[in-house]
Design a protein around this ligand. Structure first.
Ligand code: SME
Length: 171
């Protein structure tokens, strides 16, 4: 078969999370082709997540450069002032340092949260990890309180893992 779907040795077999998530993983894998430039791939990933999942109000992909997260692609109604975030600062910096997904169901109750948009109620940050390093992260803000489900998290961790493989191939 053509492409890099579930049976590809490049990405490995994806778990079945649900029809919509599975279709997204398949579509995004087709785009994460090492022949394509990171700017285009990350832009597509952010756009797909924003457009296909209405609860994902703002979607950004940061890349780790030294000790700083740099915003590489984003989709949403407004730009953020936080285009460079030092590791350790905010929810983004925490996820990069801990190398674990951070879910904040209510940002108003989390003192670590760095505010971007007044309408944001919840946030999830999923680090892009591979080969013992942090490549970056997926950061999603939602205007819905407690927006992120266990399935969202599982799905986004697959996307982050796929991005790590793509970025490693580009390195
Ligand atoms: N809220 C993030 C900062 C980035 S904006 O959400 C785009 C944080 O606490 O790290």
């Amino acid at each position: 078969m053509r492409g890099v779907g579930n049976y590809s040795s490049f990405f490995g077999k994806a778990p079945s999370i649900g029809p919509k998530y599975n279709a997204s993983i398949e579509a995004l894998r087709t785009v994460m082709d090492p022949k394509r430039a990171p700017a285009a791939v990350l832009d597509y990933v952010a756009g797909h997540l924003r457009d296909a999942y209405p609860r994902f109000t703002w979607v950004g992909v940061y890349r780790l450069e030294g000790d700083t997260l740099e915003l590489a692609a984003w989709k949403g109604a407004q730009a953020t002032e936080h285009t460079r975030i030092p590791v350790g600062q905010g929810i983004c910096g925490l996820a990069a340092r801990s190398r674990e997904t951070v879910v904040v169901p209510d940002v108003s109750k989390d003192p670590r949260y760095l505010a971007c948009f007044p309408s944001t109620r919840a946030e999830i940050v999923v680090p892009i990890l591979g080969e013992g390093r942090v490549y970056g992260e997926i950061d999603i803000d939602s205007d819905t309180l407690d927006a992120f489900t266990a399935q969202d998290r599982q799905f986004l961790e697959v996307v982050a893992d796929d991005l790590a493989r793509y970025l490693k191939a580009k390195a």
